[in-house]
Design a protein around this ligand. Structure first.
Ligand SMILES: Cc1cc2nc3c(=O)[nH]c(=O)nc-3n(C[C@H](O)[C@H](O)[C@H](O)COP(=O)(O)O)c2cc1C
Length: 221
């Protein structure tokens, strides 16, 4: 099987989407009959060329981070480009991977509905959407904390490489909890009250020289 993977993260090769796709691809390529190509959507200038590859592929997976409960603008821009090449060739089977910062899968359920509809509009057989929350911190986590997650993505890829389908049990495991339990919510609130939940974000703001401007309102009239 020839698979086209499209990475919709504005962070490109440095992002979390790239890490998850790396493990998925490793599993997928365990079957010697398979080949995979990865395209990056971070530059709008590449969209036309990638949209043409889309129509020639037998299967495509578009993976992206959840942005503002939906998708990064570059992914939407690419989808609009797909609309322009629609009908110029056979549509591939299409699946999606949506990963997010918040841990609950429920955040991604609305965009999931949109993606299913999108596949219909593109006349592309829909393979489903894999949802995974709690991904933002994976690059800062020690290996023992990410081992299971990466293994699950490799298994997902291996199974996809044989059946051209996302394994429903792995998909369910990856989505994990739809919502936080009452206990976790109470722990979260306690951490919030002592400022613990801001630590990571403050660190990122400082790293990017934006900490002093964190309350700016550039669009306020
Ligand atoms: C502009 C922006 C908006 C985001 N919006 C959401 C959101 O609505 N819900 C959520 O759970 N995570 C949100 N996130 C977190 C990302 O989904 C998460 O950090 C993801 O792992 C980033 O993947 P990447 O490194 O491949 O870009 C947002 C991140 C950014 C930068």
């Amino acid at each position: 099987m020839r698979l086209l993977l499209l990475n919709g993260s504005p962070r490109g090769t440095a992002g979390n989407t790239a890490i998850l796709l790396k493990h998925f691809t490793e599993g997928f390529l365990a079957n010697n009959n398979n080949s995979a190509e990865t395209g990056y959507l971070k530059r709008a200038i590449d969209h036309r060329k990638l949209a043409e590859k889309f129509t020639g592929a037998s299967a495509v997976i578009i993976a992206f981070p959840l942005y503002a409960d939906s998708m990064p603008g570059i992914v939407k821009d690419f989808i609009e480009t797909l609309g322009r090449v629609r009908g110029k060739g056979p549509s591939p089977k299409i699946g999606f991977i949506v990963q997010s910062g918040f841990p609950e899968a429920v955040h991604s359920r609305y965009v999931e509905k949109y993606l299913e509809k999108l596949a219909r509009r593109l006349d592309a057989p829909y393979l489903g959407t894999v949802i995974r929350g709690g991904v933002e911190g994976i690059q800062a986590m020690p290996p023992f904390m990410t081992r299971r997650l990466f293994m699950a993505f490799r298994s997902l890829g291996r199974h996809f490489g044989v059946t051209k389908e996302f394994h429903p049990i792995i998909v369910k495991k990856l989505a994990a909890k739809e919502r936080l339990s009452m206990v976790k919510k109470a722990v979260f609130r306690a951490c919030q009250s002592i400022g613990l939940t801001n630590m990571y974000w403050n660190m990122m703001l400082k790293k990017n020289g934006a900490f002093e401007r964190r309350f700016d309102r550039p669009y306020q009239p």
